[in-house]
Write a protein that binds this ligand. Structure first.
Ligand SMILES: [Zn+2]
Length: 144
């Protein structure tokens, strides 16, 4: 017990941890058990394997991620629609409808994952990065 190293070598930067969908509290444990685009769907871990954070903060917590996902969808659709108009100048509604439906379908796994990660990282009050938890021995928090 004499040599417990509670100082993380170098904590993961927030953007890198966000992209890799790491736990928002320790930035070490994975939030998801499967990759973004997987035929078997995305499975989430219930708790962080490193610090034990319970990802679903309260019952119905993930419903809020639907609103974040909705915002992502709107932003993506506006971007694609405006980009399409600038590039093609087309007035055909079928072009826009098919492109937008395609982009919604293609990005739905991305939106599913990152709406939850964004909710955990930036939209949950009281859930912050705690650098000491990214150390190798998180089961000894009484040292701090
Ligand atoms: Zn964690």
């Amino acid at each position: 017990m004499a040599t417990i190293n509670n100082t993380p070598a170098k904590p993961e930067p927030v953007l890198s941890a966000f992209i890799k969908a790491k736990c928002p509290r320790c930035r070490r444990g994975d939030i998801f058990a499967s990759p973004t685009y997987s035929l078997s769907g995305q499975k989430m871990h219930e708790t962080c394997s490193h610090c034990g954070l319970h990802y679903e903060r309260e019952p119905g917590y993930w419903y809020v991620a639907m609103f974040v996902s909705y915002a992502f969808n709107v932003a993506e659709m506006v971007t694609v629609a405006v980009g399409t108009y600038i590039l093609t100048g087309s007035n055909s509604p079928w072009l826009y409808v098919s492109l937008l439906l395609g982009i919604i379908f293609l990005l739905s796994p991305f939106n599913y994952r990152y709406s939850r990660v964004a909710l955990l990282y930036w939209l949950t009050p009281g859930l912050n990065f705690e650098p000491w938890r990214s150390a190798d021995k998180p089961e000894n928090p009484q040292q701090h």
